[in-house]
Design a protein around this ligand. Structure first.
Ligand SMILES: *[C@@H]1O[C@H](CO)[C@@H](O)[C@H](O)[C@H]1NC(C)=O
Ligand SMILES: *[C@@H]1O[C@H](CO)[C@@H](O)[C@H](O)[C@H]1NC(C)=O
Ligand SMILES: *[C@@H]1O[C@H](CO)[C@@H](O)[C@H](O)[C@H]1NC(C)=O
Ligand SMILES: *[C@@H]1O[C@H](CO)[C@@H](O)[C@H](O)[C@H]1NC(C)=O
Ligand SMILES: *[C@@H]1O[C@H](CO)[C@@H](O)[C@H](O)[C@H]1NC(C)=O
Length: 765
């Protein structure tokens, strides 16, 4: 969405910032994360960090001004404001592993629950569910929403007092704290109140209470509720509206500073929450080495806290776009639900165009209105005004009042103009928007074919009259199975270390999700002119998919409080619904399949992992030992037994999916080593079923697993043999045809896709 202008804007800021720095190298500071070695130096915890800072700070600077956070759980080290010379001095210290600038992350912006088969009245352990606390790291919360009422709820679990800023908590929202020490001026008061809407939306998807008659101006009407309506919400506000420009007319943007995010994770770990839901991240993948949030999530995993994160909304840029892709995180892609939205554009003469691409909550226009078509003709004065937006307002004779206006491209400023001029409506040629259009005035978004139909109509008739209808929604189950959203970021993992971990892990509803909204937030964040206020909103993105997965994970945990994060993740993945390649791209869009709660309580077998297994995996990848000690916060980490000379290279995690990158146009023979834990029945026999295409061979040894007690573990190997022949004569890509194995005792079906690939960065399959 609006990537280009934002990008240019960032570049400009960057240039301005570096200019300022060049002018003033001694006083300009930036925020850095200082990663410390674990070891026998004295520079640990806050006093030690202060001491270290006092040794490197420029003469005129005080330690208290420079020091921001000392972390204890999420990060081995501290955050500080440093000048360039101070940074260099710190970097040279023996005790310091790295000094990296704190990044700014972005938000990865109801029936969906029945759709994944988690009905309200189904099997539920309300009492156990209410022991569960989910940490929502986001834009805060709108506590006055009906979806967060605490009627009939028991008091908060022990240890949950004094964790609430702004006195907004109740028995539903039991924690609410805010974190901001970023470098940009805040465009909102420092509080936990959600002025964006995103955090409220996400929190209500996970754990909102049953709310009748929820709708978006009559659309998607029904009873709204979160996936685990009895669970408690702990809010950690890390994303803020900030001014990143000196120009006061530039609207604020939402940013989530990395060092504040780490402080929130630090607290969430100390608070012993059950799960962390994280609908943010970088726009483009960052190397694992530099991904401090991923390392913080590893620490959380070590404490039994599962982390669920959005895959990102960059799928239109093709392969290698997935973010939050570390193996200990549940990485969630976005899929469609079975709700369809149809919007009619009626043309004079009776012709109708039906858009499936629009959410227009405004009433059907009272009559046919004249249509103005905007063109790209650079000589047209109007076009100039649109292109060079600094010009004066449109002159009167070009006023759009009372007309429906057709645009080929659109930016928010044009919408403001249309509102100002009282245009009746807006029609857009919206090819590749990646999500449905929603605007603060009546609108229809057309695909290319429909746009050309309209264009022809304009050419044919002298008087152009059109009418935009209100959107109608309906439930229409897809006969072809679930489908992922094009905007959902794609694997493989860009980081070489993680290339054999299939990501994303799973797809979950993320398109057109109705959920709670903040009454202090814009309904349509792009448009300052839009003054509508509502308790609900329809949003799309992996941001909305992530909390769906979080909630099903919590639901499962309420039945099995002792399960490890990896076991819970395995259950979600192996019981997910098969997604087919023709409809949904391939596994790099959806991982194991589509989230489905139907069988999640009975996975049969799970692929479990402990933090030590992640350590072994990283050792095998030749990871620096000092770094590993720092990442794990554990001095006794030892890689000598798990190094590159050992076999099983690149496949050491007991992962529920199996994936390997191979050389193009070469024969391969790969072995995956796996262990399953029996969580289903006391005594049972599992046989393997395989789906393999001609030309490839999959050998599973043994083919039968006999279990005689609960929690018994059995090992097996999967050998895959084939050749990575390019997919066409002109292609340099290889993706093995759909392959999977399923363990089954006749009642449970434990499915793992096998993805062998050789994919160039340009591939967009
Ligand atoms: C969930 O699983 C059930 C049973 O296998 C199936 O009928 C249903 O269509 C699935 N739903 C989704 C959204 O995949
Ligand atoms: C709609 O947009 C597409 C792609 O941007 C373009 O090729 C096409 O000409 C446009 N159609 C009309 C009618 O302007
Ligand atoms: C540190 O790592 C060792 C070896 O992996 C492990 O046995 C030990 O339990 C870890 N200690 C802590 C406190 O996590
Ligand atoms: C690699 O592992 C082998 C076998 O455990 C061990 O003998 C060797 O010292 C290790 N090498 C390194 C560089 O750690
Ligand atoms: C494998 O899956 C494909 C695609 O769904 C299907 O057509 C085929 O019958 C399956 N083969 C086996 C052996 O199950």
């Amino acid at each position: 969405m609006a990537n280009l202008p934002a990008y240019l804007f960032l570049l400009l800021i960057f240039l301005l910032a570096s200019l300022a720095e060049a002018n003033n190298p001694r006083t300009v500071t930036n925020i850095y994360l200082v990663r410390m070695k674990l070891g026998s130096h004295g520079y640990v915890s806050r006093p030690g960090h202060h001491a270290l800072l006092s040794e490197v700070l420029d003469e005129e600077r005080a330690v208290a001004d420079a020091h921001i956070y000392s972390y204890t759980e999420s990060f081995t080290g501290f955050a500080a404001r440093l000048t360039e010379t101070e940074r260099q001095k710190l970097e040279r210290r023996r005790e310091v592993l790295s000094v990296s600038p704190s990044r700014d992350f972005v938000l990865h912006t109801t029936r969906s629950w029945d759709f994944v088969n988690l009905p309200l009245k189904g099997t539920r352990r309300a009492d156990k569910e209410s022991d569960m606390v989910v940490a929502v790291l986001d834009t805060g919360i709108w506590p006055h929403s009906e979806v967060f009422n605490d009627k009939g709820m028991s008091p908060a679990p022990p240890g949950w007092d004094n964790k609430c800023n702004d006195k907004i908590c109740n028995k539903k929202i039991i924690g609410a704290r805010s974190y901001y020490t970023g470098k940009w001026p805040l465009a909102e008061k420092k509080s936990v109140i959600d002025l964006n809407g995103h955090g409220t939306h996400v929190a209500s998807i996970v754990a909102g209470r049953e709310t009748e008659d929820a709708s978006f101006y009559g659309l998607a009407k029904g009873t709204l509720r979160g996936g685990v309506p009895n669970a408690r919400i702990a809010v950690y506000k890390i994303c803020w509206k900030v001014y990143k420009s000196e120009n006061p007319t530039t609207p604020p943007v939402s940013e989530c500073p990395e060092h504040d995010t780490l402080a929130a994770i630090d607290d969430a770990i100390k608070d012993k929450v059950d799960m962390i839901s994280y609908s943010q991240g970088s726009t483009y993948p960052i190397p694992l080495l530099e991904d401090n949030v991923a390392w913080a999530f590893l620490k959380a995993t070590g404490k039994g806290i599962m982390t669920s994160a959005s895959a990102g909304n960059n799928g239109l840029s093709g392969s290698y776009t997935v973010t939050n892709g570390a193996p200990w995180i549940l990485t969630v892609a976005a899929s469609y639900t079975d709700r369809k939205f149809k919007t009619l554009l009626e043309l004079q003469g009776g012709k109708r165009i039906t858009s499936m691409n629009t959410i227009n909550p405004f009433d059907t226009q009272k009559s046919l209105y004249p249509l103005v078509e905007e063109t790209f003709d650079r000589s047209a004065r109007r076009c100039e005004l649109i292109q060079f937006r600094e010009g004066p307002a449109f002159s009167d004779h070009m006023n759009d009042e009372g007309k429906d206006v057709f645009f080929n491209l659109l930016n928010p400023r044009q919408v403001e103009k249309l509102l100002e001029e009282k245009a009746k409506g807006l029609i857009i040629n919206a090819t590749n928007m990646g999500q449905k259009c929603q605007f603060p005035l009546p609108c229809v978004c057309l695909n290319e074919k429909q746009a050309s139909t309209l264009h022809k109509y304009v050419k044919e008739y002298s008087k152009h009259l059109v009418k935009i209808h209100k959107t109608k929604d309906s439930i229409a189950p897809s006969h072809n199975g679930p489908r992922t959203a094009a905007l959902s970021s794609m694997g493989p993992n860009r980081d070489k270390i993680l290339e054999n971990v299939l990501k994303p892990d799973i797809a979950a509803p993320g398109v057109d999700i109705l959920a709670g909204w903040s009454k202090e937030a814009k309904l349509n964040p792009g448009f300052p002119e839009d003054n509508r206020v509502l308790d609900f909103n329809i949003m799309t993105g992996t941001s909305m998919a992530c909390p769906h997965a979080t909630a099903v994970a919590l639901y499962l945990k309420s039945f099995n409080p002792g399960w490890s994060p990896a076991a819970i993740k395995s259950a979600l993945m192996t019981t997910s619904t098969y997604m087919n390649r023709t409809l949904s791209g391939n596994e790099f869009r959806y991982g194991a399949g589509n989230l489905n709660a139907t069988n999640v309580l009975n996975p049969g077998l799970v692929y479990d992992s402990q933090p030590d297994d992640y350590k072994d995996f990283l050792c095998m990848q030749g990871y620096n030992i000092e770094r590993l000690k720092s990442h794990f916060g554990n001095k006794t980490i030892d890689c000598s037994k798990k190094n590159r000379t050992t076999d099983q290279l690149g496949d050491y995690i007991n992962y529920p999916t199996m994936s390997t990158n191979v050389k193009i146009n070469t024969p391969f023979k790969l072995v995956f080593y796996r262990t399953v834990t029996n969580v289903g029945c006391v005594s049972c026999i599992y046989n393997v079923e395989k789906n393999v295409s001609k030309g490839f061979k999959v050998i599973v040894e043994p083919e039968t697993l006999r279990f005689s007690y609960l929690n018994e573990k059995k090992q097996f190997t999967v050998t895959v043999i084939g050749r990575s022949t390019p997919m066409s004569e002109t292609s340099e890509n290889f993706l093995m045809p759909e392959t999977w194995i399923t363990w089954s005792d006749g009642k449970h079906f434990v499915r793992s896709p096998i993805v062998v690939y050789s994919i160039h960065k340009e591939y967009e399959g």
